[in-house]
Design a binder for this molecule. Structure first.
Ligand code: ZN
Length: 492
């Protein structure tokens, strides 16, 4: 007996999802425990796996399986799965294999050049690679197709359904709201936060405290791990295998802690997806993913109710640096607002200004209005104008992020989208859970986690990110909730 068309299609879709999980496992291993000498062999292994996945998604077999389906007989969930697989396939299949290979090769070379350029503060080492990547990404955008806005297909890969025309005015209004707020806040006297950089934050105790926070958030450590890496990240192999990493420094009391909260926010999303093993059960967008991490890291993790419960526990583990540190001083220290040069170290108020600079610059690069040669100068000029600080070196400026060396154009805005979604989702959660903040103040975080699981995580890709948010908040992507949240918190 041969399997019916639906079973054959579903099996194919599950295999695609399973291969994606292995691809992620390989990535996680490369960033954590892989021996240094294995890099080249690992590169070949990953390229081989990607080729198999590309063929499975774009090849004729899946086309046949899709054609054999009787669409009129599918239930809603089945129809969603077909739509998602078809969309993935349509996105990929117009990109010629030659371009896929050229991009992969150019990215690998550019990342190596970027490391050296950053180490020696020499933008010129990266310049030709970046020029090549901009050219290839423009080709890719044209191959994917657009209605005249080349940036849209690049943005759509990360934030399905969002367009440059919709995003630009939202980010403009966000900037107009943030600039005066930053000016007012940075004029305030700085808090006494020297205890945070004391050389007394035992890293094993930091790791143990991070696990305590993860458990309180409801992150299932029997379905995930927390390890250490140079750059913290979250990697979901399946909802029952979610790998988090953090970084811990003896002379930094907050970096590892907030990295753990951030990555655990991503991790709860991955664990909260339906465990049906299909491509439908993955995150709806990069921005929505980031909303989950920023919600836990900033909205919850930098709030007074949260620390009214957890500060005594932190102080018990770190008696020396935390001696005499009150809740007020702790909150002032972890919420210090100050324009700075480095995005990943930025506070939650200035953070989006870092994103705006990158968005404007990459848009100009893709439109051909700015040459790569002029990029460092344009970067410095914008930092001075938008944030009031000028990078002394390119290493502290245009060379600080890896994204462009990976050919990632259309990715940076998803960080700002995530911050906006986080604020909007919090507003909706406060309405739905009237005792939310009392629960947080008792260290009870399961109510919020359950609400997010039902309203965001479990939806998977059955809806686009903005639709998921609109269904619970009543509005789509908007800057107003984020600005209201920041004003209420920092003007208090
Ligand atoms: Zn993140």
């Amino acid at each position: 007996m041969t399997a019916d068309p639906w079973s054959k299609f579903e099996t194919h879709a599950r295999q695609l999802q399973a291969l994606g999980g292995l691809d992620n496992l390989s990535h996680w291993d490369s960033e954590t425990f892989m021996p240094r000498k294995a890099a080249e062999a690992r590169g070949a292994q990953q390229a081989a796996l990607r080729a198999v996945m590309h063929e499975k998604l774009t090849g004729p077999r899946l086309g046949e399986l899709l054609e054999q389906l009787d669409l009129s007989r599918l239930d809603a969930r089945q129809a969603d799965l077909v739509r998602v697989v078809r969309r993935d396939r349509d996105r990929e299949r117009n990109v010629p294999e030659r371009l896929v290979v050229e991009l992969a090769t150019a990215q690998a070379r550019a990342v190596e050049a970027w490391k050296e350029a950053r180490r020696t503060d020499t933008f010129e080492l990266l310049r030709p690679h970046l020029e090549q990547l901009v050219k290839l990404r423009c080709e890719e955008a044209d191959a994917r197709g657009h209605g005249g806005e080349r940036y849209d297909p690049l943005l759509d890969k990360n934030e399905p359904g969002l367009s440059c025309a919709r995003l630009t005015p939202i980010l403009g209004r966000l900037r107009d709201g943030l600039v005066p707020l930053v000016q007012a806040l940075s004029a305030r006297p700085p808090p006494d936060d020297a205890f945070l950089s004391m050389d007394a934050w035992d890293v094993d105790a930091q790791y143990a405290f991070s696990l305590e926070l993860l458990a309180a958030m409801g992150f299932d450590l029997d379905a995930g791990r927390l390890d250490r890496s140079v750059h913290p990240f979250c990697c979901g192999l399946s909802p029952t295998d979610v790998r988090l990493t953090t970084r811990l420094f003896r002379n930094d009391g907050s970096n590892g802690l907030f990295s753990a909260l951030h990555e655990a926010g991503h991790g709860l999303y991955e664990q909260g997806l339906a465990a049906d093993g299909t491509p439908l059960s993955t995150a709806a967008s990069m921005g929505l993913h980031e909303s989950q991490s920023r919600l836990w890291e900033n909205v919850i993790g930098r709030s007074r109710p949260f620390w009214s419960h957890f500060l005594p526990r932190l102080a018990a583990r770190f008696p020396e640096p935390m001696r005499g540190v009150s809740v007020d001083r702790w909150l002032a220290s972890i919420n210090r607002v100050q324009p700075s040069l480095i995005r990943v170290d930025a506070d939650e108020v200035t953070y989006n200004l870092h994103i705006l600079v990158r968005f404007e610059l990459e848009l100009a690069l893709i439109h051909g209005d700015l040459s790569v040669r002029d990029l460092p100068g344009a970067w410095n000029e914008r930092y001075e104008r938008v944030l009031g600080v000028r990078p002394p070196t390119d290493a502290d400026g245009v060379l600080q992020d890896i994204h462009w060396s990976l050919g990632e154009f259309g990715y940076f805005p998803t960080y700002a989208v995530g911050n906006m979604y986080a604020a909007s989702l919090t507003r909706a959660a406060e309405r739905a859970l009237p005792t939310l903040w009392q629960e947080v103040a008792r260290g009870e975080l399961s109510g919020l986690r359950g609400w997010l699981k039902t309203n965001v995580h479990e939806v998977g890709r059955a809806k686009d990110a903005e639709e998921i948010v609109r269904d619970v908040t009543g509005t789509g992507l908007t800057e107003t909730d984020l600005l209201a949240y920041l004003r209420a918190k920092y003007e208090a």
